[in-house]
Design a binder for this molecule. Structure first.
Ligand SMILES: O=C(O)c1ccccc1N[C@@H]1O[C@H](COP(=O)(O)O)[C@@H](O)[C@H]1O
Length: 217
């Protein structure tokens, strides 16, 4: 079975990066979106990225950013993965794919079966579909879970991951129900909005690894 993939997102301090790396996260996420309490400037994102060891992938999250501007930021931050977390169209994702070597993830707000099916339009262009709850006050990072039963019933033909309201207390059940190959947490590993908690990060990673290891077959 493939090794479990665990992303801790919305990291904005060196201490939080170190905590995620020490806990065994495979991916760390930096949010560049001004309305977010986890927003980091381009300069700060570049500094934080420098701190990430080579065996951990850096994910840069943007929302509805123009392709040209995105390319400029990518050149400075040099992430491994670009996570598009807005209403970017399949054509937009295709453009990014054609003009960069980056791994591209498209976040999808899953409301019902139809939204899951619609999301498959991104399959030829995105390397991974990241299923999240539908947008709330922010496009993501609201600590809201989607209906996991939708993913459990779905026949996945793309690489994918599960985000939305995950924490150390519910990630095992989320993995048991959905068999998600990648789990992603932000709000659920915070002590206050935008403030990451070292113990919660460690507990989340531990619970996710144990649940993935316990999956049958
Ligand atoms: O974290 C944010 O502030 C954010 C802002 C805009 C788009 C996405 C954002 N976060 C991402 O949303 C998912 C789910 O987060 P949560 O665990 O429910 O808080 C995750 O990928 C976050 O990084």
């Amino acid at each position: 079975m493939a090794p479990p993939l665990i992303k801790i997102c919305g990291l904005s301090t060196p201490e939080a990066i170190d905590a995620a790396v020490a806990a065994g996260a495979t991916h760390v996420g930096l949010v560049h979106f001004k309305p977010s309490p986890r927003h980091v400037s381009i300069g700060r994102a570049a500094d934080l990225r420098e701190r990430v060891p080579a065996h951990v992938k850096t994910v840069l999250l943007t929302v509805n950013m123009e392709p040209a501007q995105t390319s400029d930021i990518v050149q400075v931050v040099r992430p491994d993965v670009l996570q598009l977390h807005g209403q970017e169209t399949p054509e937009w994702v295709q453009l990014m794919r054609e003009h960069s070597d980056l791994e591209i993830w498209k976040a999808i707000g899953v409301k019902d079966q139809a939204s899951l099916e619609q999301a498959q339009r991104y399959r030829p262009f995105a390397h991974r579909l990241l299923y999240d709850a539908p947008a709330g006050a922010l496009p993501g990072g609201n600590g809201l879970a989607l209906d996991w039963r939708l993913l459990a019933q779905f026949r996945h033909e793309a690489e994918w991951g599960l985000a939305g309201g995950l924490d150390a207390g519910n990630v095992a059940e989320a993995i048991r129900q959905t068999r998600a190959p990648l789990v992603d947490a932000s709000s659920g590993v915070e002590s206050a909005r935008g403030v990451k908690d070292t113990d919660k990060i460690a507990a989340f990673c531990e619970a996710a690894r144990a649940a993935m290891a316990a999956l049958p077959g």
